[in-house]
Design a protein around this ligand. Structure first.
Ligand code: NAD
Length: 305
């Protein structure tokens, strides 16, 4: 009984401390760690925020390992990094294919060494209502957006665990915290990203691996082209993010070991509202904010090409 009381008091103290620290970090920027010499693997490095994150990490002295299914985009990333005197290794890899991920990961270990910062960023979106998605499209969305995280972690986490050193970054989405019409397959995959990363963080905590950090990233709309045609009815409240801002904010979250990054900040409020209000009320608000029709004008990247 006495030990339970001590445990309750200690937990209360730690929870209060963490809340105070989090509030302080809103006003005083937290210290940033060095990534000089760290081996940073970015999947989906050939365009969008993946490309920009490679540049940001390279400028800070990290060794970049860039994976993408699109070799042309990856080579553009390599040129940009090298123009900035960065070090980069590029690999063409379909992250949805576990055999290809294992093979490429072994090659990276031989060529560069053990990855210490893993950024699971590659992602796709069909942009179709559920019944219009073929079974292959549904499977592909899950394979690229979710299963790829299993395969990369299976290959790179063991060395991090052995050294108790590393950082795992999961690029999810605000669509991983709240549902959206026209994005059933995408939301399924992004909710899975959040569940995966959150649970993995707890397993690392259980095993006392405090040297391995996790960051879950949940951005709203980013102007990369992936969601071309998406209607953003309340741009004032939920501004579309520039790719440069999104990438630099993610890198900053890694440097400060931030556990969860929701962008823009109004996304935190939306998430709280979602769990606090009755479902019917949330649905009304979603309708009002244009959440039912937002994908009607979607063209995305594939159709753009
Ligand atoms: N753009 C947005 O509005 C937005 C919002 C929230 C979250 N996100 C997420 O951010 C991440 C990056 O998105 P982006 O906007 O930079 O998109 P993007 O289309 O510019 O980049 C995605 C990259 O992933 C690569 N890729 C796709 N399938 C692959 C595969 N099977 N194997 C390896 N690489 C593959 C593509 O070639 C591309 O280079 C995605 O996970 C996306 O879901 C994007």
């Amino acid at each position: 009984m006495f030990s339970l009381l001590i445990e309750i008091l200690a937990t209360f103290f730690m929870v209060t401390k963490e809340i105070i620290v989090a509030i302080c970090f809103v006003f005083v920027p937290p210290p940033e760690k060095s990534v000089d010499g760290e081996i940073v693997l970015v999947t989906g490095a050939g365009s969008g925020i993946g490309q920009l994150m490679c540049l940001e990490f390279a400028k800070r002295g990290a060794i970049i390992v860039a994976w993408d299914i699109n070799n042309e985009g990856n080579q553009t990333t390599a040129s940009l990094v090298r123009e900035n005197n960065g070090i980069i290794y590029t690999y063409t890899c379909d992250v949805s294919d576990n055999i290809e991920v294992h093979r490429t990961a072994n090659q990276v270990k031989k060529d560069v060494g053990d990855v210490t910062i893993l950024i699971n960023n590659a992602g796709i979106v069909t942009g179709k209502p559920f019944l219009q998605c073929s079974e292959n499209e549904l499977l592909k969305t899950m394979a690229v957006n979710v299963y790829s995280h299993f395969w990369t972690l299976k290959n790179f986490l063991p060395a991090m665990v052995q050294r108790n050193h590393g950082h795992i970054v999961t690029i999810a989405s605000l669509a991983g915290l709240i549902g959206a019409s026209g994005l059933v397959d995408y939301c399924t995959s992004k909710f899975a990203n959040v569940g995966f990363a959150e649970s993995l963080g707890l397993e690392l905590m259980k095993d006392n691996k405090d040297g391995i950090h996790t960051t879950i990233v949940c951005p709203y709309l980013i102007h990369t082209g992936m969601f071309e045609g998406f209607t953003n009815r309340f741009d004032m409240l939920f501004p579309t993010l520039s790719p440069e801002y999104a990438a630099s904010r993610i890198v900053k979250a890694v440097l400060t070991n931030q556990r969860l990054l929701v962008m823009p900040r109004t996304g935190y409020l939306t998430t709280a509202v979602r769990v606090l209000l009755p479902v019917a009320a949330v649905e009304r608000l979603t309708k009002f904010t244009g959440g039912l029709e937002c994908m009607e004008g979607f063209v995305g990247r594939q159709k753009m090409k």
